[in-house]
Design a protein around this ligand. Sequence first.
Ligand code: MOS
Length: 729
Amino acid sequence: MKKQQTGQSMDRVDGRLKVTGGARYFADHQPDGLLYAALVCSPVSSGTIKSVNATLALRAPGVVDVVSHLNAPRVPAYQESKPGAKDGLKIFKDDRIYSNGQPVAIVVANTLERAVYAASLVEVQYNQETHYTDMNASMDKAFQNSRMKDYVRGEAGAWEKAAVTHTAQYTIPLEVHNPMELAGIIAHWTTPDTLTLYAKTQGVKSVQETIQDLFKIPEQNITVHSQFVGGGFGMALRIWPLEVATILAAKKIRKPVKLVITRDQMFTLVGYRPNATQQLSIGATAEGKLTGITHEAVAITSPYEDFTEGIVAMSKFMYACPNVNTKYQLVPLNMSTPVWMRGPGEATGSFALESAIDELAHKLKMDPLQLRVINHADVDPEKNLPFSSKYLKEAYEIGAEKIGWTNRNPVPRSREEDGMLVGYGMSSGTFGAYRGKATVSATLKADGSLVLQSAASDIGPGTATAMVQIAADVTGIAPEKIKFMLGESSYPFAPEQGGSSTVSTVGSAVSDACKALQQQLATIAISNIPAFKTAAPETIIYEDGQLLTANRQEKISYEALLQQQQLPEVKVMTTSQGGPERKKYSMYSFSVHFAKVHVHPATGVVRIKHIVSVADAGTIVNAKTARSQMIGGVVGGIGMALTEEAILDHRFGRFVNNNFADYHVAVNADTPPTDVYFINKKDPYINPMGSKGMGEIALIGFAAAVANAVFNATGKRVRDLPITPDKVL
Ligand code: MOS
């Protein structure tokens, strides 16, 4: 047998392209006659546009057009929208301003510099109205929609009757995804109803579908290219007004138009993690058995969309607790719409829950790890189903050993090293292990190489590499002879890269397509190769890129079969999706984060000294990219814990730190030695590989581990992220 590929640390198949500049991101494309766009954005946060004067801009050198609500092409879908429907911002439809930074015009010129200059010449006047950007001052506007029903298991509010109780408010600020690559698009209408896009997206098929719905043109008339994406973290899970604005300009001008937004526009145009306030109340017996959890969350949204996510999800099933109730409300503000940001709502919710567990443990005078273990949910208490796989207790053990948990003194502010206060903290994380529907085509060429295609996206985790490994194991074909192609809407359907589900969803389809291909080859062999004539199809053995008869006496390589039959290629297409196993099992990935921190006793500066993260994510397909994925999540978690906060000046409804100098994303210097461990045990039910998701659990819970460590170091409980020195002192 060939070496098993799954589990190996195979280098990225596109790594060389990425580090040599060979990878072409959306903005690298240069269609003939390309024009450049710049946005004019509203400096007011609520009101209407009184006038748009583009006279000066249109006179500037190289300017082709200025497009606004006054002259934009019609969007058929806008007409269908019912008044008051919360179905998104209809860019350039009318004169209404909902939030600061909302695009009001797009300027197109023959160079980028000319477009940017001309944008500064567009004179827009506004009727300004009162705006609301402060959630705390707008709590009277809180509401629930049909997707956010209250949850009650057992008795609501039971925590209050417990022997030991804890209740506190936890807040997280607004955070912004800020991937390295800026958002934007190249749009080109090659005919009045045929559109080609070079997009930055986590889903080429969903872009195609959105455009189809907006412009009412057939799917096959829309081509979306997005082979390389320079990071997303969730911001590219949907089409934004900036893309529609560019598509409208390109439609009017009938030339290809490119827009790349600026870093400060990344704060207002492509979503964000909504700031949220959570009241987490928890009660336990004197022995530490949880008796009640109440989790109530309020988060912000835009005036024109209700963005909801899983903020209270984890509290419902993480611990064996008979009484749990949750509430989740939204406050609409004069802000653009939030969007899932890595870990999404579960990252927000886990900060409250996993901090509260630590606080309760302290009151109980119990080790917080022990408290988690004695309340471990052996079955899913929310769905009342067994877990498809769950190795959380093993993860706790590994993490505790590797961080040196026994060095933790339960008494806060009791240890020092090099003049710094020392603390240890931990937390758990979890996220649904999903599997969606995807189609993959598999083409075996006469030279024995295998080409797989699916309209999946890759925002960086190494999708193609993992797919090659999965295909190599099913077919026995050497990885060097397998190519996985993605990022094209013309390929067979795959969903967005989101929710930690690509390996599960697309990998299953790869696995199934490879199996179908082998069956196709067997059929060819049985009809044409004398030695296989009498073989029953189900007895054929597939091994190492060969077909074998049941007695192993006869064999033929795939390559030889095609050559003998003079077939240039054999192609199959297979659709794969999760089945009834989802009704029988609850499917989640789990993670455990341990952090050792140093806190400076005089300044309150927190330095994370050591991180251990352990993931129960099923079978690990690529040990190298999986480790990188975990470290990436941890780095995001460090930002969430210690530095990231987009600050609004509510007088203007405008961000004051919309740049990388003032909005602090964690960098190498913030990242201590990070040890990653995988349970690496197959989930028997989720998919053929046994792999659960990993992208989200890498971050979920991490901020609480740091907050808990800071408490252990200092005795100061910070319930308001980020944990900046002023809050620690
Ligand atoms: Mo992720 S927040 O599902 O891109």
